[in-house]
Design a protein. Structure first.
Length: 192
């Protein structure tokens, strides 16, 4: 594209022609897309860990202050356990998971506690199937069944976090050990 500009100097009119190049809209959109993608790659797993940590912290605190909406569900599912102490123990457990996920400290332990917690959540479906399935049909969930089965997403989130943020136990500190950050992975792939 050419831009014409004019200027009058000492009574004489001068015209200047200047070539201006502008990136086509598709190139700008592509650049914005690539920047957004880089931001997601750099911060997505951390955001997932923070969100998961907040959910566990929130649910745990609700149990500790006896304001959790799942108290009835706990009462009917784990009827062989005393409700208040059991709910308090679950609350502390969830707070520990939440704090571990939010802080990133003892992340391996927090994720292990989370996995055990999820196993207990899914075990509830075996302990009281009538609460979770209409007429015993595992494909026809009740509201409580949907509440529990959505935890599959939490398990998947935990797996993503573990895969991206935990360092392998074997080979720590050895030369050529498995890279632990996205930057180290990029450097390793460039070196090979």
């Amino acid at each position: 594209m050419k831009v014409f500009t004019g200027q009058t100097v000492a009574g004489e009119e001068r015209v200047y022609v200047r070539a201006v190049t502008a990136a086509p809209p598709a190139a700008r959109a592509s650049e914005l897309h690539d920047r957004a993608l880089a931001c997601l790659r750099g911060h997505g797993v951390k955001a997932l860990r923070a969100a998961l940590g907040l959910v566990f912290l929130w649910f745990g605190v609700l149990k500790l202050v006896d304001a959790s909406p799942v108290m009835e569900l706990l009462k009917h599912t784990y009827s062989f356990l005393p409700l208040k102490p059991f709910a308090a123990m679950l609350g502390v457990w969830e707070v520990l998971v939440g704090v571990g996920l939010l802080s990133g400290r003892a992340l391996r332990w927090a994720l292990a506690l989370m996995c055990l917690h999820m196993a207990g959540t899914f075990a509830a479906m075996l302990l009281a199937p009538a609460l979770f399935f209409h007429r015993g049909n595992p494909l026809w969930l009740t509201v409580e069944g949907e509440f529990v089965i959505k935890n599959v997403v939490l398990v998947a989130a935990g797996l993503v976090i573990a895969g991206q943020e935990l360092r392998p136990l074997a080979g720590r500190g050895e030369a050529g050990a498995y890279p632990v950050s996205l930057e180290e992975r990029d450097e390793e792939s460039l070196a090979s």
